[in-house]
Design a binder for this molecule. Structure first.
Ligand SMILES: [Fe+2]
Length: 447
């Protein structure tokens, strides 16, 4: 009797110890391929520039990081990511793609926390697939904020990146390139996704200032060609995704934005009939097209989710029929109301986000005009209005709607008067006619 009781106690103890022993959570399995002919929806978001709130203690240092930056709403990026995850759980697309610049400056803590929040998607059966951007790996700027000071924090190397995002693409990829963090994700019998790492981080493991430019290594191009041939042999169409752009999205933002060896990659895509690439990096919303092998090829650049109008791209894929894309603004106000949030900025976020980008654009323009030392008759206040009005519209893909109004305005007339001195080139590039609607397109898949 006593022996039995001792045995039972020992068994209970061993079970308790086993329950407490640290173990790796089971990886989320890759969903089965959807059958041929399945219409499906994809979502693409880019340049989230998430910053883990745990490494931010508000103060002058953090205020300077967002209030004098390039319009990234990093003071609300934590809530914006929660909104995005909630909208994806509601929308339930067949896959969510995040095309790089996941973090502000490659902070390890930001990667870990973002991966933790995004894990809700694969756990709900929605594949969420990430690739790095030029800010995400071995970034020398990785910092935390402590009141009036910034401090150095750890970044990640490529191996850590793939480990952190094991449930977000890397653990279940059908094929991984050995020369980069590129991988293939077959989604259905009709459609495969190939996500490509185009970034030029140091391969020796040392941290460096992020390089703006990108290129695909020769080995990765060869791997891509093999993957495209494989997809072709299975009768599947391919959509590729990159952080850098494959076509130019403006007459100004080319070098450092469009892939250095875009021609080489385009030649490979042409050979295998790829029609669409999804990109980010440039932070503006734009769609560019070019004839490739007798068919139109499109590079769809979705604007930075961190910047007004805080949007992502939705793709509706009808196999053998068409692919439709549109930019979709996140409903931050609705999320804030439902969550019972009291913050008035979140409850009227579109207005707040517009005003934020308007003010930053105006301030930056004013400062650059002061530096340009224009003639005394130049009204700098008036001139900075052009940038304040145009920048938010340009980034969200709506500059066309303001083009004539701006061209007729007294503030733009002042720019023209001082065009010999002032940096009018960027303003004129925002006013350029675009061949395609930057926010939506329908691509026939019938030829
Ligand atoms: Fe970015």
């Amino acid at each position: 009797m006593r022996t039995t009781r001792l045995f039972a106690a020992a068994l209970a103890l061993s079970l308790a110890l086993a329950a407490c022993a640290p173990r790796e959570p089971a990886p989320v399995p890759r969903p089965d391929l959807l059958p041929q002919g399945t219409a499906l929806e994809l979502v693409v978001a880019t340049d989230l520039h998430f910053l883990d709130p745990a490494i931010v203690r508000e103060g002058d240092a953090f205020t300077a990081a967002y209030a004098y930056g390039d319009g990234k709403q990093i003071n609300y990026i934590s809530q914006l990511v929660d909104v995005f995850v909630a909208e994806m759980l509601e929308r339930r697309p067949a896959a969510v793609l995040l095309t790089g610049d996941l973090t502000l400056n490659g902070e390890r803590m930001s990667h870990l926390e973002l991966a933790r929040r995004l894990a809700a998607l694969p756990q709900a059966g929605i594949p969420a697939l990430v690739i790095p951007g030029n800010h995400d790996i071995l970034n020398a700027f990785a910092s935390g904020y402590n009141r009036d000071k910034m401090y150095d924090v750890r970044s990640v190397d490529p191996e850590e990146f793939a480990e952190i995002y094991a449930d977000l693409g890397y653990g279940q990829a059908a094929s991984r390139d050995t020369a980069s963090l590129s991988y293939t994700w077959p989604l259905s019998d009709d459609l495969w996704l190939i996500l490509l790492d185009t970034n030029l981080y140091e391969r020796d493991g040392s941290r460096s200032i992020p390089q703006n430019a990108g290129a695909l290594p020769k080995e990765t191009l060869a791997w891509l060609e093999g993957q495209l041939a494989e997809a072709e042999s299975q009768g599947a169409e391919v959509i590729t995704a990159t952080h850098h752009n494959l076509l130019n999205h403006s007459s100004r933002l080319r070098e450092g934005y469009t892939l250095d060896n875009a021609d080489e990659m385009l030649a490979v895509l042409e050979k295998h009939g790829v029609r669409v690439n999804l990109s980010g990096h440039v932070h503006i919303q734009d769609i560019a097209g070019e004839k490739l092998g007798g068919r139109e090829f499109y590079d769809i650049a979705t604007s930075s989710y961190a910047v007004y109008t805080n949007q992502y791209g939705v793709l509706e894929y009808q196999p053998g029929a068409e692919l439709r894309y549109h930019a979709q603004e996140a409903d931050v106000e609705g999320w804030a109301r439902r969550a019972g949030v009291q913050d008035p900025d979140l409850l009227a976020f579109e207005d707040y986000s517009y005003r934020f980008f308007y003010d930053i654009s105006k301030e930056r323009s004013y400062v650059s005009l002061v530096m340009a030392q224009l003639n005394k008759d130049a009204d700098l206040e008036l001139m900075s209005q052009t940038m304040a009005i145009l920048n938010p519209a340009y980034f969200s893909g709506c500059a066309g709607q303001l083009r004539e109004e701006v061209r007729q305005s007294d503030h733009y007339a002042m720019w023209r008067k001082h065009s010999g001195f002032a940096p009018i080139g960027y303003i004129n590039s925002m006013l350029e006619e675009r061949e395609l609607d930057p926010r939506q397109i329908t691509i026939p898949l019938t030829d």
